[in-house]
Design a binder for this molecule. Structure first.
Ligand SMILES: C[S@@+](CC[C@H](N)C(=O)[O-])C[C@H]1O[C@@H](n2cnc3c(N)ncnc32)[C@H](O)[C@@H]1O
Length: 270
């Protein structure tokens, strides 16, 4: 199996996504999704943004690399009675089953950024968007002081180095890389805009218990703990993450965790 797929198959992102629902709804509201739109949600997971888009009446297709997340999305869509939202497997680097210019809006929130071959990803997103349509990406920002950038930075220091030629997903959080990738897909820089926005995590337990969720269910954190256990460093990693999550917790309580993490919102006009 390709390492990108193995990473997300390994965990169960639904357990983390359950803490992200409110911000998913709010982001779709800000993007301005309406009834008339055909929407592709790429790297959609179990539907944190796809389902809110469908609730607003858009016709939504969620595409994700990971079969159990596609199943979870379809299950959630059925439970909500949303006939206008379906999920299917696919790879952001090659969306061969989707026709050219098929969507008014392509959304990818912390999704396509994790695919390899970022130039192919940009090209595919542009290809399936109709002229006059929009692409909106949400990407974590390297070295940002808030939760997810710090989580990925800390865990990568405990994980074996990636193979040569690996392009860090975090490069999708750097404006010049984004301009270069969409530029190669034919989009002028003037058609791309950027904003730093916040995404909230709302977990009904302590910061340390939230770290344990990432340790059990979030692929990149699982890999870091596996490597750290082999080196006898799992305690150090746990302590670093407990400190980070406690510091970032804005709930004012020890038994509930509410954390805001910054991301780069990219809007591309096709
Ligand atoms: C951090 S999760 C975000 C999921 C969802 N967008 C959300 O906000 O809840 C990353 C998602 O990207 C998916 N993914 C990773 N690489 C992908 C690829 N090459 N093509 C499509 N999806 C991919 C994973 O399976 C996973 O569901």
């Amino acid at each position: 199996m390709n390492p990108n797929k193995a990473l997300w198959q390994k965990g169960d992102f639904t357990r983390i996504a359950a803490t992200m629902r409110e911000s998913g709804e709010a982001l779709i509201e800000r993007i301005g999704v309406s009834k008339a739109l055909k929407v592709l949600d790429l790297g959609c997971g179990d539907g944190t943004t796809a389902l809110p888009a469908a609730k607003r009446g858009a016709e939504v297709l969620g595409v994700d690399l990971t079969p159990h997340l596609v199943d979870a999305g379809n299950r959630r869509s059925r439970e909500l009675g949303l006939a206008n939202c379906r999920f299917q497997e696919g790879d952001a680097t090659n969306l061969h089953s989707l026709p050219d210019q098929a969507f008014d809006l392509v959304v990818s929130i912390f999704g396509a950024m994790f695919a390899p071959k970022p130039f192919d990803v940009a090209k595919e997103m542009v290809r399936v968007t109709r002229p006059g349509g929009r692409i909106v990406m949400g990407n974590w920002i390297p070295n940002d002081p808030t939760l997810v950038a710090q989580l990925l930075k800390i865990t990568s220091a405990y994980t074996p180095p990636p193979p040569e030629g690996f392009v860090s997903p975090m490069t999708w959080g750097i404006e010049s890389h984004v301009v270069e990738r969409f530029g190669a897909a034919g989009i002028p820089a003037a058609s791309i805009s950027f904003a730093r926005e916040m995404f909230e995590f709302d977990f009904p337990g302590s910061p340390a218990a939230f770290v344990d969720k990432f340790r059990r269910y979030y692929g990149p954190t699982m890999n870091a703990f596996e490597a750290a256990e082999k080196n006898g460093r799992a305690g150090d990693l746990k302590k670093e993450l407990d400190d980070l999550f406690r510091r970032e917790n804005k709930s004012g309580r020890d038994d509930v965790t509410y954390i805001s993490a910054a991301f780069l919102r990219i809007t591309v006009g096709r």
